[in-house]
Design a protein around this ligand. Structure first.
Ligand code: ATP
Ligand code: MG
Length: 550
């Protein structure tokens, strides 16, 4: 891969170091909310933060931003940790915003004491109606100047569970006329009598994202808090909150923003992915068609291919849409290097080699991976009766058909040259078997004039006697349009043919495949062995070529 110069975040960091920031104090974090599984968009943020950690030899925290107990769950925490580890990254500290609830509460009291926050006792509708618009200032709440003693006592009541949801909120006292709507006295605490997956019933109030995030960064001494561009307008608030709890000790974190990853034919929003799961349009978060890390893993993607993808996409401040083909390109390139080759026939047609007389067949040498000669060869059984793909035979070949047809020669991969001599049909006229003849002198690699002659093409095969059955799941893109949900609901944009299941014949060698092992099935593409314990089963990762090119 070509080496890229420092990205703009690295330039910011290097600028800070040049201005005297001590490199030893660099610290980053990846801050997922545990309300769903990680997706390909998160991959970008994960790689950005952990690669910075590697580059500057600095710690990266995993911080769960768990301030919305209604939607969060331990299941998601566990899945997120698993996925990050699987990608090959190690975090320094495992942190939870909920671990800071006490500290945040104490700071909120200080805010009220400093006259920087007040309790508003209006309804959320009333508060919304006073917000103004980007071009018109908002109105002050009638509670804005309520004595701080009163605010303190109500806040304590909120904390103790005296009030119901919606009765009071705590708001920062900033500026109802600010051109930045987020600065118009944002709510920082609300009453919420909901059990939390870590703090249980301890809390009747929960802090809002903006109040929590920057202060958590400060508590953890994160130096550069990197988030996606839509948080740019939040930066002013992020800084205001840090000032509000000043004087600060140690590092003052700073927020910087990069562009989201958007991928064509793909959804990268947990909320929308959750809809697909809830409505059972997919088998779960880890359905191999899902753009989640766990889905991509089941699909056969390797950690390396995903990391290569993230590096290729790069980090910038410009919003754009990455072509889904790039992701497929990255996995194809990596699997080409590492995947052992094997043969499988998905739409079997039997052929019988009439002049083949070795009763037990013979052993053929098969190169495990031509991209990595060191892996050597293994043996594969050649027999009189074989399966080839139905599509590789045409009784009356159309123009430009370079495979088997009567009188024409093809090579059976790694084995002999054969030609078709006759077809056998059932009473309905469908071909049930093709009779062939082989040239005993044409064995692959024998370097005889016979073996070197030019034939129509090379086709793959499996021994009909030896082959075992396997279930093959052939996946296609989950959505049939580039921007799912743009003109209609995402449900309407689902590709109904995104999963086709086939019964294939595969080499018996594959009976020993480990779960999660990828293979290149000759001429068919890349496949991964699933963890199905009942049947031998493979998921198609990607074809050998980009089938989507226009
Ligand atoms: P979603 O909208 O899918 O729920 P989110 O931003 O709410 O995503 P978080 O769990 O809060 O999800 O995100 C954790 C981190 O991942 C954040 O720093 C966020 O900016 C980043 N992130 C999320 N989606 C993307 C994306 N598409 N591209 C780059 N970074 C992303
Ligand atoms: Mg979020």
């Amino acid at each position: 891969m070509k080496k890229k110069g420092p990205n703009f975040i690295e330039q910011i960091i290097e600028g800070d170091i040049a201005k005297g920031f001590d490199e030893k104090n660099l610290r980053f974090r990846f801050p997922p909310e545990p309300n769903g599984y990680l997706h390909i968009g998160h991959l970008k943020a994960i790689c950005l933060n952990f690669n910075l950690g590697k580059k500057y030899n600095s710690p990266v925290n995993l911080r769960f931003d768990d301030t919305n107990p209604e939607k969060e769950a331990k299941e998601y925490v566990d899945a997120i940790k698993y996925d990050i580890n699987w990608l090959g990254f190690d975090w320094d500290k495992e942190c939870y915003a909920s671990d800071y609830f006490d500290q945040l509460y104490e700071w909120a009291i200080i805010l009220i004491e400093k006259n920087k926050a007040y309790i508003d006792s209006q309804t959320s509708d009333q508060i919304a109606s006073q917000k103004g618009t980007p071009t018109q200032p908002g109105q002050n709440s009638p509670f804005r100047d309520r004595p701080k003693e009163e605010s303190l006592s109500i806040f304590e009541g909120m904390y103790k569970g005296v009030y119901d949801q919606g009765e009071h909120v705590l708001r920062a006292k900033i500026d109802m006329a600010s051109p930045n709507m987020l600065m118009r006295d944002p709510v920082i605490y609300r009453v919420m009598k909901v059990s939390h997956h870590r703090t249980g019933e301890n809390w009747n109030i929960y802090p809002m994202y903006d109040w929590t995030h920057g202060e958590s960064d400060y508590i953890e001494q994160v130096s550069h808090s990197l988030c996606t561009l839509e948080f740019e307008p939040h930066r002013e608030l992020y800084d205001w909150f840090l000032d509000a709890i000043s004087p600060l000790k140690g590092v003052r974190p700073k927020q910087r923003e990069f562009s989201r990853l958007n991928l064509s034919y793909t959804i990268t929003s947990k909320r929308k992915l959750a809809q697909l799961v809830d409505k059972k349009m997919v088998s779960g978060w880890d359905d191999p068609r899902m753009p989640t890390i766990s889905g991509l893993r089941k699909r056969g993607y390797t950690p390396q291919s995903l990391k290569n993808f993230a590096v290729t996409v790069g980090v910038s401040k410009r919003e754009n849409v990455i072509d889904a083909s790039l992701l497929e390109f990255c996995v194809r390139a990596h699997l080409n290097e590492i995947a052992p080759r094997a043969m499988a026939v998905i739409n079997p047609l039997k052929i019988k080699i009439a002049n083949y007389i070795k009763k037990e067949g013979e052993v053929i040498n098969f190169e495990i991976n031509p991209q990595n000669k060191e892996e050597g060869k293994r043996e594969i059984k050649f027999t009189k009766e074989l399966f080839i793909e139905k599509e590789d035979f045409q009784e009356n070949p159309e123009d430009g058909f370079f495979r088997l047809s009567p009188g024409e020669e093809v090579r059976l991969k790694n084995a002999y040259i054969i030609k078709a001599v006759d077809v056998i049909k059932d009473e309905k006229g469908s071909i049930t078997e093709v009779l062939c003849e082989y040239d005993p002198k044409s064995k692959s690699g024998s370097n005889t004039p016979e073996s070197n002659r030019k034939v129509k093409g090379t086709i793959h095969w499996v021994s009909a006697k030896e082959a075992v059955r396997a279930k093959i799941n052939i996946y296609d893109r989950l959505f049939k349009v580039e921007e799912p949900g743009k003109n209609t609901t995402i449900e309407n944009d689902i590709n109904e043919n995104s999963l086709v299941t086939k019964e294939a014949f595969v080499e018996p060698y594959l009976l020993n495949a480990n779960d999660g092992q990828q293979y290149q099935f000759q001429r068919l593409g890349y496949f991964v062995k699933t963890d199905n314990q009942k049947t031998l089963e493979f998921n198609k990762t990607v074809g050998l070529r980009d089938g989507w090119k226009k």
